[in-house]
Ligand binder design. Structure first.
Ligand code: SF4
Length: 63
């Protein structure tokens, strides 16, 4: 179960990988860094959240 996902904006370099891998959960904010979409369904997107965590080059995503 995934109840919470966080993006550390201090680490994020805005590469966009998580947005490509899991577009229902992540989007690029106005500052060009990733943020969680407000109504993201974390349960439904659990697999691609995991992929995003694995593929983020700076390990900015945690849960
Ligand atoms: S994959 Fe990581 S570094 Fe790239 S936009 Fe997402 S959180 Fe930021």
């Amino acid at each position: 179960m995934v109840n919470m996902v966080k993006v550390d904006k201090n680490l994020c370099i805005g590469c966009g990988t998580c947005v490509s891998v899991c577009p229902e959960v992540f989007e690029l904010d106005k500052d060009g860094k990733s943020k969680l979409k407000e109504k993201a369904d974390l349960q439904k997107n659990e697999a691609c959240i995991k992929d995003s965590i694995d593929q983020c080059p700076v390990d900015a995503i945690s849960k």
